[in-house]
Design a protein around this ligand. Structure first.
Ligand code: NDP
Length: 285
């Protein structure tokens, strides 16, 4: 039987509506949330992304500013700049757009973003709160994956989850968020593939999440009958955007599956808005 489609856009709309209600509450308290995105140098794909981000913020009443800094900025100057944003009482959320120029330690700069304004959840303290099972501002894509899984109403207790990809902002935090609900989580990565074990793991997954960035890495016939499939990957294949999973064949075996585009992406954007409001609310409570 063909899978049901996990329609990210609908879930994103629901989250946006919730966020709008929260904004009304904040306005009554005299707070207008303001998100500042810092980019270094010019990057056309970042510009497209930041424009879309600005639009979605403004559409629900969040102020949004993009600050572009010179590409020859030093690490200490950048850290100093972020510290000023941390102290600015009007700014309630900060995003540091990647990539940064060579020679700047990304992790060091991310760790200087104030924990309570870190709406992308990249400060080590925010990642650490996930380990404690008390996420505050967690990475948006990881939360989006959890939101999509929850929307199927599956009980995670004891479920076999396979997470393919172990990046700091997707694979690792997703695994921790799900382990916290007592799922049995395996994390696969490049060595799993090189060891010839990826297919074996994928075939066991009752819930499969893939965040790699390789078109159609996961073959449709590897999917366990009735599995939930969350495809985070975004890849250009010819003139099409596709995920990491062979969608057409996988949907014949899965019970639920996210499309690419239109699955994880819109929910990630909506979660960024939710994190922004959460950060702003936290400042007044
Ligand atoms: P990273 O490049 O940081 O991580 C990719 C992961 O995949 C690494 O853990 C890597 O392992 C692993 N990997 C690489 N090749 C293989 C393989 N053959 N078999 C198994 N694992 C492999 O990427 P991100 O996590 O940042 O992003 C992953 C994908 O998700 C990208 O396509 C990105 O565009 C997309 N994305 C989508 C978002 C959305 O909102 N929809 C948001 C964020 C990302 P190792 O490090 O060991 O090589």
């Amino acid at each position: 039987m063909a899978a049901q489609i996990l329609a990210g856009k609908e879930i994103a709309e629901r989250i946006k509506q919730e966020v709008k209600n929260e904004i009304e509450f904040l306005k009554q308290k005299g707070i207008i949330p303001k998100l500042v995105a810092v980019q270094i140098g010019e990057n056309p794909s970042s510009a497209v992304y930041l424009n879309a981000q600005k639009k979605s913020c403004q559409s629900i009443g969040i102020n949004h500013e993009v600050i572009s800094l010179a590409s020859n900025i030093s690490e200490s100057e950048l850290i100093g700049f972020i510290q000023k944003l941390n102290q600015d009482r009007e700014i309630t959320g900060i995003i540091l757009q990647l990539p940064l120029p060579q020679g700047i330690d990304v992790r060091k700069v991310q760790s200087t973003i104030a924990v309570e304004k870190d709406v992308e959840g990249v400060n080590p303290a925010n990642l650490g709160w996930i380990i404690y099972g008390r996420p505050f501002l967690a990475p948006c894509t990881a939360l989006a994956v959890k939101e999509l899984i929850d929307s199927t109403n599956i009980d995670l207790y004891g479920k076999e989850v396979v997470m393919v990809g172990h990046s700091d902002i997707v694979g690792k935090p997703v695994a921790l968020l799900l382990v916290d609900k007592f799922a049995t989580v395996s994390i696969c990565h490049i060595a799993t593939s090189e060891h010839g074990m990826l297919e074996t793991h994928v075939k066991m997954a009752e819930i499969l999440i893939v965040a790699v960035g390789k078109a159609h890495l996961i073959k449709g016939d590897w999917i366990k009958e009735g599995a939930i499939v969350i495809d985070v990957g975004i890849n250009k294949l010819g003139d099409k955007i596709v995920g990491d999973v062979e969608f057409e064949t996988a949907k014949e075996k899965a019970s639920w599956i996210t499309p690419v585009p239109g699955g994880v992406g819109p929910v990630t954007t909506a979660i960024l808005l939710r994190n922004t409001i959460k950060a702003a609310k936290n400042l007044i409570t």
